[in-house]
Design a protein around this ligand. Structure first.
Ligand code: ZN
Length: 140
């Protein structure tokens, strides 16, 4: 039985929150590296902040060079890239039309941190671009 759950410790959540504030008014973004346990639960271990090369309040993208470095950094730490996160400076934590259009990784969990609502939510997307909620648990 696969447990659909991503586990964040409070320190990683705080790092995302601080980065989101620092990068206002634009969206902040990055990867979470971690482990996937035997039941399929994703355990975040490390935040890898990325530059939002769009420098936009409404969308984000990564540079291929930084993406390559992030993959390498995770691999060298014996971790996987388990999530792509970004912030919504002004809007709730849900996938925008733009997020859905740009999301193309059916294997990752998209986390969205809303600065205005101070909450974080997880989503997956399938090949048909159907978005599903993915539970986020914050615990030590
Ligand atoms: Zn978004």
């Amino acid at each position: 039985m696969n447990v659909e759950q991503i586990v964040l410790n409070p320190a990683i959540l705080e790092e995302i929150r601080v980065q989101a504030l620092e990068e206002m008014p634009n969206e902040a973004c990055g990867y979470l590296a971690g482990d996937i346990d035997e039941s399929g639960r994703r355990i975040a271990v490390k935040r890898i902040p990325m530059t939002n090369v769009d420098a936009s309040p409404e969308h984000f993208s990564f540079s291929p060079k930084e993406q390559f470095a992030a993959v390498k950094e995770a691999r060298e730490a014996g971790l996987n890239l388990i999530s792509v996160y970004h912030s919504h400076p002004e809007t709730p934590a849900r996938m925008s039309d733009e997020d859905i259009r740009l999301a193309n990784d059916t294997q990752t969990v998209y986390l969205i941190y809303s600065v205005s609502d101070e909450n974080i939510k997880g989503f997956t997307i399938d090949r048909e671009k159907t978005v599903s909620s993915y539970p986020v648990v914050v615990t030590e």
